[in-house]
Design a protein around this ligand. Structure first.
Ligand SMILES: C[S@@+](CC[C@H](N)C(=O)[O-])C[C@H]1O[C@@H](n2cnc3c(N)ncnc32)[C@H](O)[C@@H]1O
Length: 250
């Protein structure tokens, strides 16, 4: 049995975690001191998710899982394999699900409605997880050695919509000259980073161009696909991000 966390204790408990990736609004005006997401509105996730079953891939602290719950989702399943250390975090900084569990408890969401499972995107299948109305795949695609395989796995459990956010190579390519140099326009290109070429993080493997991202999403079974950039005028590498939304049914 979990006892509700007292509001007075909440800040002290938030402060006791070594690292927060997400800024998550908790009861009593407390906010976890992470830095992501930079621009949640840019993801174009519907404000109303009433009754939806949502899969949040690579959930980390759980911002998007809790956001889905706040927007009315009937059920959220969060998965993560804890493979991303941003190229510099120590093992002691990633407390596996402890940050997520703390926020879930503070927000009062029951485990039955908002569960988390330690698993890789490659293990996703309908027998294990059932089907979802909506899949979130934010900040994950470029960390994957097999991005198309992952999209195929996600397609196998998605009845309707996928929302994807990822690094894109339209405005940054270490091979084309760095920041401000990449593959603008409609070139369906994906760059491979065998070492630390992208963001000095050796778990960054691939960055597609925006056009490539859209075509990859279509190739995995979503028909009605839209893509957009975080900004047309990125000022730094973290701004070189793109989004896709795909819908199964027209
Ligand atoms: C950059 S963070 C993004 C966190 C969150 N989705 C967001 O966008 O704010 C990437 C997350 O994906 C997870 N991840 C990386 N590869 C994965 C895989 N194969 N299966 C599941 N999760 C994975 C990492 O452990 C990390 O928590």
């Amino acid at each position: 049995m979990h006892l509700p966390i007292q509001s007075d204790d909440l800040q002290a408990q938030i402060d006791s975690f070594p690292y927060w990736y997400h800024r998550i609004e908790l009861p009593g005006g407390h906010v976890t001191p992470g830095w992501a997401p930079m621009a949640p509105e840019a993801y174009n996730v519907p404000q109303d998710l009433t009754g939806k079953r949502v899969l949040d891939v690579g959930a980390w602290d759980g911002f998007w899982s809790f956001e889905a719950m706040k927007r009315g989702a009937a059920e959220v399943v969060a998965i993560d394999d804890f493979s991303d250390f941003l190229g510099s975090l120590g093992n002691e900084d990633r407390k596996a699900w402890e940050n997520f569990d703390f926020c879930r408890e503070a927000l009062g969401y029951p485990e039955s409605q908002c569960q988390r499972i330690e698993m890789s995107v490659y293990e996703v299948n309908p027998e294990r997880l059932g089907e979802f109305d909506i899949v979130f795949c934010f900040g994950v695609l470029y960390h994957l050695r097999y991005p198309l395989l992952a999209l195929d796995m996600l397609s196998s459990v998605c009845k309707d919509e996928i929302y994807i956010e990822t690094a894109v190579c339209d405005d940054f390519s270490p091979y084309q000259g760095g920041f401000g140099k990449g593959y603008p326009g409609a070139q369906p290109v994906m760059e491979f980073y065998p070492n630390n070429e992208y963001g000095n993080n050796n778990t960054n493997w691939w960055a597609p161009s925006l056009s490539c991202l859209g075509l990859m999403t279509m190739s995995a079974g979503w028909m009605d696909v839209e893509v957009w950039k975080l900004t047309e005028n990125p000022q730094a590498l973290p701004h070189c991000r793109g989004f896709a939304r795909g819908k199964k049914a027209a």
